[in-house]
Design a protein around this ligand. Sequence first.
Ligand code: HEM
Length: 346
Amino acid sequence: MATPPNSFCSLFFIYSILLSSFFLAYEAQAYPPVVNGLSYSFYSQTCPKLESIVRNHLEKEFTQASWQAAALLVVFFHDCFVQGCDGSLLLDGNPGERDHPLNRGISLKVLRTIDDLRNVVHNECGRIVSCADITVLAARDAVYLSGGPNFAVPLGRRDSLNFSFEEVNNLPLPYNITSVTLQTFASKNLDVTNVVALVGAHTLGRAHCHTFYNRLSPLDPNMDKTLAKILNTTCPSTYSRNTANLDIRTPKVFDNKYYINLMNRQGLFTSDQDLFTDKRTKGLVEAFAHDQTLFFEKFVDGFIRMSQLDVLTGNQGEIRAKCNVINNKRPIVTSINVDEMVQLIY
Ligand code: HEM
């Protein structure tokens, strides 16, 4: 017997609901929630060429100096972790965030690259894109241009009017064991999977001797002997200004070899290597070492979450005309009242 048209319509209706709820559930699982005020299409009308400008400019920069990819990722991390992704790290100060010892490795050249990008973008679209957004886009492209995943990020961040030297103390330390590392990231609502995936950024770049010398003298039994030998030659003392690759296998490629290193006791920092000791993180290290696609998926998830930490949106903050200074920086003398002026003069 033929199905009456009414029943057919209801079946079709139920099927469509089931199908769309499946896709909604899939979307919800695949992408982290977008914070109020940010969106994936924020500049699609006002600056449609933004993303191609950033990518093309960095592609050229990296042919001259590929090390900038790693440096851009650190700027992203150290900006977002301190007071949120608001470009506060980029501001000059006395002392500013960059003057903190934990930011000593931040390269001035890469800050210039971010401001160059700002300049090209503002010439094309006017002063509507924040330095905070450019920092996130540059880090996203650093990952892709080094062989990592290609992904979209929500945009619409505004730049801060201030910075916090003290909050830099909240950055994680390389000497920490996993319990401390997990607490540090949990304070930013980032979970165990986010931590293990995000630290996979150590697939790129280099570290100074003082950041891992604690494992050389006395020798950490959890360090591969051949690696220890190489590092001892690179670092005659903790004060040596030399550097070593964070990923001994493929230091210039964004891949999952970092996790393979950890499984072979070839991680550089205590905080890296301990991820393969702690039972809460060991399984994830093994999973990412075996499955690069899974690592990429979880890295993207962690990146998007971190890129939305304590963002300024709407009318908050401003869009800086230069990344290293706020727009209406008053000369210090204008904040001094007349009586103080008199005291200053006499
Ligand atoms: C437990 C968490 C983390 C600790 C303790 C840590 C610590 C460090 C330290 C001490 C260095 C060497 C700095 C120097 O000697 O100049 C470094 C380098 C680096 N870190 Fe991390 N980091 C952590 C997480 C992250 C995250 C989440 C990212 C990015 C998403 C990241 C990206 C990088 C990169 C790319 C480098 C190489 C920098 C370069 O070559 O210029 N790190 N990290």
